[in-house]
Design a protein around this ligand. Structure first.
Ligand code: HAM
Length: 414
């Protein structure tokens, strides 16, 4: 038997209904905030992520699905979508469009991580990017959007964590301070940390090795290295959130595992998720567009929700779609007649299933299992009299109706 690839899974019914529910809710919320959909390719030039996400990040250094194409070029299956959206923004000169570019996406991402509950090698993100402004008001609006989206989907009891990683200059000073301290501390840490202490000390804060955590706790806080403009920006973001009544916790260790962040970073966690408790992550990435070759600055901020994790926390609250009408044809002539009748009922936007079993008893059992709202039994007699026995499966009531009365009844039952 051929099975699906490790860390990649099928999403089957009834679970797929929960995925659709989440995506429909997300699209509604994006519309209210005036975001429009962007679809970017799964494959990009490897250089996009190496430059955009950063060579020293876990994503680029060990998790990307990268391969050589037949013409020798190096391609990568997107591990995330912010770099791709910025690439599209630059390539199509979206800076020349009026106003901010507010773009959302829903789709699969690929990272070769160790699979576990809530962590897959093909996973799905629902994300958004607001490009073209460095105003803290946009940061607060993006956070308001994502909190609204989680609420719309039915999630509660989540925690919003925020931080500022400062501008490039502030971060460079912080990196130096870390490097200095790590000279003494790094030899006691894991091999990844020892390397990062030299190459990109900020990434030491991403370390998940339990033994390293007490050492990491002793390192300086990035908030003490912000310059005046960064500090003011962060103060305003918090003020805007307070005014909106959005609760948050400031978490100075939240530097996030991608190199493009500048100033605001945030994450939302949910207790029910266990070890992989981050339902989403996001932040500002001023400077990323220039890094990817843009001639004009394009400051931006966005987030990506882990859709697999969001579905996991809300799945059991979602009502499964049920079948509208199960038609049980008795005999060959009835089967043909029912096909036509079914198409008339489907025009009412009801879901209809026409039975193929020979025995009526089997068909009625099946109608029950499929949780049909109505069952319609059609035999030779019904065809001749053009009247039908409609059974309401929840009340057990049965009535005989002419075709028009049947269609009117079903239309009202919607
Ligand atoms: P990220 O933190 O790498 O950020 O991923 C965002 C979310 O995707 C995570 O919080 C998690 O819920 C989900 N996720 C990540 N990896 C996996 C996995 N292997 N399996 C299941 N879920 C996963 C980004 O991707 C940035 N592009 C976010 C962003 C957008 N920043 C600015 N704009």
């Amino acid at each position: 038997m051929i099975r699906s690839v490790k860390g990649m899974r099928d999403i089957l019914p009834p679970s797929s209904a929960a995925w659709n529910h989440v995506e429909a809710a997300a699209r509604r919320v994006f519309h209210r905030f005036n975001y429009q959909e962007i679809r970017t390719p799964i494959l990009e030039e490897t250089a996009l992520f190496v430059r955009g996400v950063g060579e020293e990040t876990d994503i680029v250094s060990k998790e990307m699905y990268t391969f050589e194409d037949r013409d020798g070029s190096s391609l990568t299956m997107r591990p995330e979508n912010t770099a791709s959206v910025l690439r599209a923004y630059i390539e199509h000169r979206l800076d020349q469009q009026p106003g901010l570019q507010k773009l959302y996406y829903i789709g699969p991402m690929f990272r070769r991580e160790r699979p576990q509950k809530g962590r897959y090698r093909q996973f799905y993100q629902i994300g958004a990017e607001a490009i073209g402004s460095d105003s803290p008001a946009i940061d607060a609006e993006v956070i308001e959007l994502v909190v609204g989206l989680l609420t719309e989907v039915g999630l509660s009891d989540f925690t919003l964590l925020i931080n500022s990683v400062g501008s490039k200059q502030s971060r460079a000073r912080y990196n130096e301070a870390l490097r200095e301290q790590l000279k003494e501390l790094a030899p006691k840490m894991c091999t990844d940390c020892r390397r990062r202490a030299e190459t990109n000390p900020l990434r030491v804060l991403d370390c998940k090795v339990p033994e390293d955590q007490p050492i990491i706790d002793r390192l300086p806080s990035i908030l003490d290295y912000l310059d005046d403009a960064d500090r003011e920006h962060f103060r305003e973001v918090r003020e805007f959130l307070d005014e909106r009544g959005i609760a948050y916790e400031v978490k100075p260790r939240l530097v996030r595992g991608l190199d493009y962040y500048a100033r605001t970073t945030f994450e939302i966690t949910h207790g029910a998720l266990g070890a992989q408790n981050a339902i989403l992550g996001g932040g500002r990435y001023d400077g990323l567009a220039e890094l990817l070759g843009s001639k004009v600055p394009a400051p931006g901020i966005g987030f990506s929700i882990g859709e697999d994790r969001l579905v996991m926390t809300t799945e059991n609250q979602i009502e499964q779609p049920s079948l509208g009408v199960y038609i049980a044809p008795m005999g060959e002539a009835a089967l043909r007649h029912c096909a036509v009748l079914a198409s008339e009922i489907r025009r009412l936007d009801l879901s209809v299933e026409v039975g193929t079993e020979r025995k009526l008893k089997r068909m009625l059992e099946l109608a029950n299992k499929l949780r049909a709202r109505y069952t319609l039994i059609v035999g030779d007699n019904e065809i001749v009299t053009q009247s039908y026995a409609l059974k309401d499966m929840s009340s057990g009531d049965q009535q005989t109706l002419t075709k028009q009365a049947l269609l009117d009844h079903l239309a009202r039952a919607q």
